[in-house]
Design a protein around this ligand. Structure first.
Ligand code: ADP
Ligand code: MG
Length: 236
């Protein structure tokens, strides 16, 4: 049975997809059978960032009822299993997020860790990934507006009966007037598991369609994501 982490935040652009890819690759590198799944059905880009953009079967076809999820699993770096979502508007319109929970059972039986890259916002397609999680990881930036959005996701997570596993503070140090860790923890009532610094290597590695933990393994963001993987598996 997989442990399911949903990587969520109130707003877009906080670093959810980056976190999903790099945490997933780090867990795979440690020898854990790991699957990452793109539940951002409207603005899918997990597959794109891993060089999987022309796959015939994606989560869209699974959620429209046309395909089985095992046909939408592809091999990524380090043996990471990847379930991309499609890139077309038509595919998005046909996909029914209510089918996600049933579709996941095959993955849950066949992997050790499942990381779900959730969409921003609080609509049905973002709430369902919160509901299916064993633990939700809140991805927030150390600024006040991000706290307000993160708090809504936190409250929604409580509402659907899931647990918040902790906070991934990303893009830290980019503005120079960051909220400090203890303030973030007080505001969101959860522990900051790791602080991922702003790191130009993240964007650079994305242009090569490689996770930063592989493209630039010693960069500050890579080190932070590896630390997070160790923390979640209790392997220090
Ligand atoms: P989301 O999935 O939450 O919308 P992304 O992971 O796509 O966010 O990240 C949004 C943008 O920020 C991307 O261009 C990404 O390369 C960049 N980014 C994410 N994390 C970092 C970081 N630690 N340092 C610098 N840029 C980052
Ligand atoms: Mg994203």
């Amino acid at each position: 049975m997989a442990k399911v982490y949903t990587i969520a935040s109130g707003k877009g652009g906080t670093g959810k997809t980056t976190t999903t890819i790099n945490l997933g690759t780090s867990l795979a590198q440690m020898g854990h059978r790991t699957t990452v799944l793109d539940a951002d059905l409207g603005m899918a880009n997990l597959g794109l960032l891993l060089g999987l953009e022309e796959e015939p079967v994606t989560l869209h076809e699974v959620l429209s009822g046309d395909q089985r999820i095992k046909n939408a699993v592809y091999e990524g770096p380090e043996g990471l299993q990847v379930v991309p979502a499609g890139l077309t508007l038509e595919g998005f319109q046909k996909a029914d997020p209510e089918k996600l929970q049933d579709a996941l059972s095959y993955i849950i039986d066949n992997t050790e860790y499942l990381l779900i890259d959730a969409p921003a916002g609080l609509s049905k397609d973002s709430v369902i990934p919160l509901a299916v999680a064993d633990e939700v990881l809140l991805v927030v930036n150390p600024e006040l507006s991000s706290m307000a959005d993160g708090l809504k996701t936190r409250v929604m997570t409580d509402k659907v009966g899931s647990d918040v596993g902790g906070i991934v503070l990303t893009r830290a140090g980019s503005a120079g007037d960051d909220l400090d860790v203890s303030r973030v923890e007080d505001l969101l009532e959860a522990e900051v598991l790791v602080s991922v610094p702003e790191d130009a290597e993240v964007r650079r590695s994305a242009s090569y369609k490689k996770p930063v933990v592989l493209h630039s393994p010693n960069s500050p963001a890579s080190q932070a994501y590896k630390k997070l993987a160790h923390k979640l598996t209790d392997e220090e």
